[in-house]
Ligand binder design. Structure first.
Ligand code: NAD
Length: 254
C-alpha cells in the first residue's frame, strides 16, 4: 500500500512506543522510513530496534525544542530522500508534577513546556516537512480523549492535546491546496514510557477496557494500521480529522 513512499517518524523511545508500532505497520506496508530520536540517551534504543527490523534506516537526532536540530534533520531528509510523503508526529511531554493533582495548580513553566513540545511541534514540523512533500503528503499525530473531556490527572496534557487537535484543523486548511493532508489519531490508553508519567494510569486502562464497546484496550498495532490508512491514498479525501482508535470508548454515554 505504501511502496515507493518515504516517511519520517518522530517519537520512538523504545519498543513500547506507539511510534514504533506505527513504524512496523508502515514498514510492512512497503514504506521507506527515517527515524528521529530525542538526544543520545535514546539513540541506542532506536538503533537497536531498527538494526533488527529495518536495517539501514536513516536515523537523525532531533529535539523539537531546538530549532537548529529540526532544520538539520530536514536538511538530511531532503538530501537522502529528496521527496517526503508522510510524517508521523508521536511526541509529547509535560513535567511529571503537572500530570496529577489539580490542573488549577499548573505552573506557567509546566504549561509552556507541555504546549511547546506536545502541540507547537506539530506546526513546527509540518512547516519543515511541507517543502519536501512535492507530490502531496500526509501528516499524522497522536492525540487522546483528554483533549475533549476531563480525564483526572491528564491535566495540562489534555490542554496540549486540545491545541494539537485544533492545530490539525488549521494546518489542514493551510496545507490542503498543496494536497498535504493532516489528521490526528486519538488513541485509547496504552502502557508506554510517557503513560507512566500520568498518575493512576492503570485505573485509566481498566476503566477504558470496561467501558469500551469492544470490551478491551486498544493494541498499539491497531493505531499503527490506522496510520497506514491515513498515509495511503485509501484516505485521500480525509483531512483535518481526529480519528478515534479506542475500541469505541469515546462514543459511550451512560
Ligand atoms: P513514548 O514515551 O514512547 O513516546 C513519546 C515520545 O516523545 C518519545 O519518543 C520522546 O522521545 C518524544 N519526545 C518528548 N519530548 C521530545 C522533544 N523535546 N523532542 C523530540 N521528541 C520528544 O510514549 P507514547 O505513549 O508512545 O507517546 C506517543 C504519542 O502518543 C504522544 O503524543 C502521546 O501523547 C500519544 N498518546 C499516547 C497514549 C498512551 O496511552 N500511551 C494515548 C493517546 C495518545
Amino acid at each position: 500500500m505504501l511502496n515507493n513512499k518515504n516517511g519520517i517518524i518522530f517519537g520512538v523511545a523504545n519498543k513500547r512506543s506507539i511510534a514504533w508500532a506505527t513504524a512496523l505497520a508502515l514498514h510492512e506496508a512497503g514504506a521507506k522510513l527515517a527515524f528521529t530520536y530525542q538526544g543520545d540517551r535514546l539513540k541506542e534504543n532506536v538503533e537497536e530496534l531498527t538494526n533488527e527490523a529495518m536495517p539501514g534506516s536513516l536515523l537523525l537526532s532531533c529535539d523539537v525544542s531546538k530549532q537548529d536540530e529540526v532544520d538539520e534533520a530536514f536538511r538530511h531528509i531532503g538530501e537522502k530522500f529528496g521527496r517526503l510523503d508522510f510524517l508521523i508526529h508521536s511526541i509529547a511531554f509535560a513535567p511529571r508534577e503537572a500530570l496529577g493533582g489539580e490542573y488549577l495548580n499548573t505552573s506557567r513553566e509546566a504549561f509552556l513546556t507541555a504546549l511547546e513540545i506536545s502541540a507547537y511541534s506539530l506546526p513546527q514540523l509540518a512547516r519543515a516537512a511541507a517543502p519536501l512533500m512535492t507530490e502531496g503528503g500526509s501528516i499524522v499525530s497522536m492525540s487522546y480523549y483528554g483533549a475533549e473531556k476531563v480525564v483526572a490527572g491528564y491535566n495540562v496534557m489534555g490542554v496540549a492535546k486540545a491545541a494539537l487537535e485544533a492545530s490539525t484543523r488549521y494546518l489542514a486548511k493551510d496545507l490542503g491546496p498543496r494536497n498535504i493532508r493532516i489528521n490526528a489519531i486519538s488513541a485509547g490508553p496504552i502502557q508506554t514510557l510517557s503513560a507512566r508519567g500520568v498518575s493512576d494510569f492503570s485505573t485509566m486502562l481498566k476503566h477504558h477496557a470496561e467501558r469500551a464497546p469492544l470490551g478491551r484496550n486498544v493494541e498499539p498495532r491497531e493505531v499503527g494500521q490506522t496510520a497506514v490508512f491515513l498515509c495511503s491514498s485509501m484516505s485521500s479525501g480525509i483531512t483535518g480529522e481526529v480519528i478515534y482508535v479506542d475500541c469505541g470508548y469515546n462514543i459511550m454515554g451512560i
